[in-house]
Design a protein around this ligand. Structure first.
Ligand SMILES: [Fe+2]
Ligand SMILES: [Fe+2]
Length: 391
């Protein structure tokens, strides 16, 4: 199985592992799973009763979203997993936006972000808005089809940054943890390769190896790391390292969304659901392309164990690292008998939802979350991965 977020599977440890569960817990989980699945089926059956069963299996229906057409169980499962992914994206982007977005007060952290691009605070705010719109749209669409929307509020278990210089942040309950990240930066070299593709089993080196080998914060954890009121350059090295970490994490998240949507689209049945998946997926690609460009401007520095190399000026720079090569290089696609092709990668569809959960877990994004949270997310991923295209 390939992981959309590019992390080697053997590095991944789940907080709850199937083999560690007691028999009783497993049975309870299966019952819960079965109950939820039958609820979903019942919801869809009710919808089918009003519009005709043909709509449920009719993959070629292309109704407007305001119509009362049904969607297949598989399409609903795919949309539910995507809704969960979007809720998680919204949660993490909101944290970045509160501390470094255009509406946040001037700080050393925000200034550190502007070293990557003067417009970073605006881009962060816009990416946050986009994720929120994805989440709200997909859930509203599910409801319009008589399918259950996704709500993760019961899993708001984590405290984020303890900055008090911006009121309200320290007490907010979060879904994601941005303070102990292990950021995979192999997307950088993956998109520069002209001969390899993760869908062929290829793996890629990290552009910032130290970032992929420890636990680092991408947001200021306290007032000292925020440096409110400070727009002085050069920014403190440690604060700049936090901003650099954020810059690479932005691209990691959005390259994952880029592959997730393209991969999962291949198992959608309804043309309108396909339109949703392609249209939202396209904006994930736009986000990734933007962040890919900006990450190359991360200021070279050493902050303890964390080393950001100079990806712009070090001469000679190998092509695999050169920071102005932000367009995807043509590479092998589908079969090596074809000419190389410029594509997003990976896009293999099998197991992609669970791969996304595993990669985000390996990223450290869920450090501190509860077993219930992982179980809920894995259930959604399993159901999405079971979905098959019906035509
Ligand atoms: Fe999104
Ligand atoms: Fe995204």
């Amino acid at each position: 199985m390939h992981l959309s977020w590019g992390m080697a599977e053997n590095k991944i440890e789940f907080i709850y592992a199937e083999e560690k569960k007691t028999m009783k817990q497993s049975e309870a989980a299966i019952r819960k799973h079965a109950n939820r699945r039958s609820f979903l089926k019942n919801s869809l059956a009710a919808s089918a009763a009003t519009v005709g069963v043909g709509m449920l299996s009719g993959g070629l229906t292309a109704l407007g979203a305001d119509h009362d057409g049904g969607i297949t169980e598989g399409d609903a499962a795919i949309l539910r997993f995507l809704a969960a992914a979007e809720i998680l994206e919204t949660d993490l982007w909101t944290q970045y936006n509160e501390l470094g977005g255009v509406g946040a007060p001037v700080s050393g952290y925000q200034t550190g972000l502007t070293q990557l691009d003067g417009d970073m605070p605006q881009y962060i705010a816009d990416n946050t808005d986009d994720e929120m719109s994805h989440e709200l749209f997909i859930n509203a669409y599910l409801k319009s089809k008589g399918a259950k929307p996704v709500d993760l509020d019961q899993f708001r278990n984590l405290l984020g940054s303890q900055v008090t210089d911006i009121p309200g942040i320290a007490s907010k309950k979060r879904l994601t943890n941005l303070m102990e990240l292990t950021v995979d930066t192999s997307w950088w070299t993956r998109y520069r390769s002209t001969t390899q593709n993760p869908d062929f089993g290829d793996t890629f080196p990290n552009a910032v190896p130290t970032l992929a080998g420890g636990m680092f914060t991408a947001i200021p954890r306290n007032n000292a790391e925020l440096e409110i009121g400070s727009a002085v350059t050069p920014v403190d090295t440690h604060v700049q390292a936090i901003a650099n970490t954020a810059g690479f994490h932005f691209a990691f998240i959005e390259q994952g969304g880029t592959s997730l949507y393209a991969s999962i689209a291949q198992r959608v049945s309804n043309v309108e659901v396909l339109r949703i998946v392609l249209s939202i997926g396209g904006t994930e690609i736009m986000h990734f392309q933007t962040w890919h460009d900006k990450a190359g401007n991360a200021k070279p520095l050493t902050d303890g164990a964390l080393v950001f190399p100079d990806l712009t000026n070090d001469i000679p720079q190998p092509e695999s690292l050169q920071s102005n090569l932000i367009m995807p290089e043509p590479t092998v696609f589908l079969s090596k008998k074809f000419p190389v092709c410029s594509i997003i990668r990976p896009t293999a569809t099998r197991g992609v939802a669970m791969g996304a959960v595993k990669a985000l877990t390996a990223d450290g994004l869920f450090r501190g979350q509860t077993p219930d949270f992982f179980e809920f997310l894995r259930d959604l991923a399993e159901e999405a991965d079971e979905a098959r295209r019906e035509v």
